[in-house]
Design a protein around this ligand. Structure first.
Ligand code: ZN
Length: 290
C-alpha cells in the first residue's frame, strides 16, 4: 500500500456495509455512558456493521500512549484537523476527552516552546485550547492499528461504540489498507440494541477487567457480565467459564509416549477449550475468517 501524508487526505468516510442501504446504526444517548451506537434494525451475526476510514492518524509503533506525546504528534494532528470540513471538525470536537490537566499543560508547554524556538508570535489562547482538545480526543478514543504506517487512528463513528465485556461486535483493520476499520457483528443484534466492543481482554476474570477499564479508560464497567444483578447474563457462571478456560490455557501437549487414555483426555480438554472460547467470544469461527 502506498498513500501520501494523511494531511492531504481528510478521512471520516463511511463505506456502506450493506450496499446502498441506510446505515445499520444511529448515534444516540446511552444511559450512563454518554453517546453510543445503536442498531437501526435486526443485524445478523457476521454482518459488517460499519466500515470507516480514519479521520486522524499519527504513524508509529505505539504512540497512542500519553508518555509518547510529543510536538511532532501535535503538529500532525493539527494539520490533519485543519484539512477537515467544518462539520467533521465539529463532530470530532464533540467526542469525549478524558479530563487530564497535566496532559493539557504539556500540550500548552510544547506549543509555547516551539513558538519561542521558531521566533514566531505565541499561538492564540483559543487555538491552544483547540489543540488541547484535539490531542485529548485522539488519546482518549484512538485505536492502535498495529501497522506503523497508520499508528494510532481516530475513527469518528467507531469511537462512539461503548465497551462491554460481552460485546456484540469485533473490530478489524484491513491488512491491505489499514486506514480502514471494520466493525462486524459477532452475534445477532436486535433493532435498538446498543452496539458494543470489548476494549479490555474479554477472557480476563472480572476483577482484572474492571481494574483495566478503570486504569486505562477511566470508567467502571457495568456490563451484564460485570453486574451480578443484570438478568441478561449469569455473571457467576460467566466467571466460572473464564476461570475454567484459564486453567486449560497451560495444558501440556501430550508427548509421543502418551497412552491412549492420556491422548483422549487431552483431546477432551482441547474440545472444552474451544467450546469455552466460542461461548465467551460469541463466534470465533467468523472472526477466524477475517
Ligand atoms: Zn464488563
Amino acid at each position: 500500500m502506498s498513500f501520501q501524508g494523511a494531511a492531504n487526505q481528510p478521512g471520516g468516510e463511511l463505506a456502506s456495509p450493506a450496499g446502498d442501504g441506510p446505515p445499520l446504526f444511529r448515534v444516540s444517548q446511552s444511559p450512563g455512558k454518554g453517546m453510543g451506537l445503536f442498531a437501526t434494525r435486526d443485524i445478523k451475526a457476521g454482518t459488517v456493521v460499519l466500515r470507516e476510514k480514519f479521520t486522524l492518524s499519527v504513524p508509529g509503533k505505539n504512540n497512542g500512549g500519553y508518555s509518547r506525546l510529543d510536538l511532532d504528534a501535535i503538529v500532525k494532528l493539527t494539520l490533519q484537523y485543519n484539512n477537515l470540513s467544518q462539520d467533521t471538525r465539529a463532530e470530532l470536537l464533540q467526542l469525549h476527552a478524558t479530563p487530564m490537566p497535566h496532559r493539557d499543560a504539556d500540550v500548552r508547554n510544547l506549543i509555547t516552546a516551539a513558538d519561542r524556538h521558531a521566533g514566531v508570535p505565541p499561538m492564540g489562547e483559543r487555538a491552544v485550547e483547540t489543540c488541547q482538545r484535539i490531542v485529548g480526543v485522539w488519546l482518549t478514543n484512538g485505536f492502535l492499528t498495529s501497522d506503523e504506517r497508520t499508528g494510532t487512528c481516530l475513527f469518528l463513528k467507531a469511537s462512539r461504540i461503548n465497551h462491554s465485556c460481552v460485546a456484540n461486535t469485533a473490530r478489524y483493520f484491513e491488512k491491505n489498507d489499514p486506514r480502514y476499520i471494520t466493525i462486524r457483528a459477532t452475534r445477532d443484534i436486535k433493532a435498538d440494541e446498543e452496539i458494543t466492543l470489548t476494549y479490555a481482554d474479554a477472557l480476563l476474570p472480572v476483577a482484572e477487567r474492571q481494574e483495566k477499564t478503570r486504569r486505562v479508560w477511566h470508567f467502571t464497567c457495568a456490563c451484564p457480565a460485570c453486574d451480578p444483578n443484570d438478568p441478561a447474563i449469569d455473571s457467576a457462571a460467566h466467571e466460572r467459564d473464564i476461570r475454567d478456560l484459564q486453567s486449560l490455557e497451560n495444558d501440556p501437549t501430550p508427548g509421543s509416549e502418551a497412552s491412549r487414555e492420556e491422548l483422549s483426555a487431552a483431546l477432551e480438554r482441547s474440545s472444552r477449550r474451544i467450546e469455552l472460547h466460542q461461548k465467551l467470544l460469541s463466534s470465533p469461527a467468523q472472526l477466524a475468517t477475517e
